[in-house]
Design a binder for this molecule. Sequence first.
Ligand code: 5GP
Ligand code: 5GP
Ligand code: 5GP
Length: 209
Amino acid sequence: VLNAVQDFDFFYFVQQWPGSYCDTKQSCCYPTTGKPATDFGIHGLWPNNNDGTYPSNCDPNNPYDQSQISDLISRMQQNWPTLACPSGTGSTFWSHEWEKHGTCAESVFTNQHAYFKMALDLKNQIDLLSILQGAEIHPDGGSYSLDDIKNAVKSTIGHTPGIQCNVDESGNSQLYQVYICVNGSGSDLIECPVYPRGECGNSIEFPTF
Ligand code: 5GP
Ligand code: 5GP
Ligand code: 5GP
């Protein structure tokens, strides 16, 4: 079977701020392994097309198999914690991400281990919290300008991130997810061909966690 043609254009590498997931009306549940670190967590690594569309759930014959990533589990717990309720170990979240997104990049990842390792290595390479703190943008409940946040990332990684906001219980717009784009072979960070809908105001809160 010919498998050389990539049926997507690039990846979004998406990180979430746990404070912004947890302080919403919907709240959150810490994983069974305990409160995550005060750090961005991985949400996913998502194949995407230049026109903004994306493939999903591409291969029902390749279900999540945690035995293939047993050597990565402690890094996963540390860097890819689940915050959804009810509390879980993370495997439900990781399984969802592999099956919905990872299976659509089988031309790049010959196996699940390669998918999860690439996401973990990107997280390691792009220390978002340090990048922001280096620009005096701290998770202190204060408000920061959207442009300052984007510029802090751009001046460090060379590319403008996509920023997504959500709202806290009082309705304040806050920093929720950061999208960084990676080329289709997974070798380089790139400028995003298309940005996600952000729904941020100009002044956005960076809540504590
Ligand atoms: P939401 O509607 O909460 O923004 O997104 C729900 C889910 O849809 C995400 O967790 C993700 O799986 C998928 N999704 C949303 N936007 C995008 C996108 O722009 N690209 C890709 N590849 N997936 C997306
Ligand atoms: P998406 O489909 O948007 O890639 O992933 C979102 C799905 O993963 C939702 O079904 C959500 O309930 C589940 N999920 C589990 N843990 C988390 C988490 O910590 N953050 C987010 N955004 N979704 C999570
Ligand atoms: P997924 O259910 O598809 O389970 O979640 C849909 C959307 O609801 C996701 O984009 C995620 O951000 C949000 N979500 C799901 N579960 C939770 C939760 O326990 N707490 C919060 N704050 N958001 C959630």
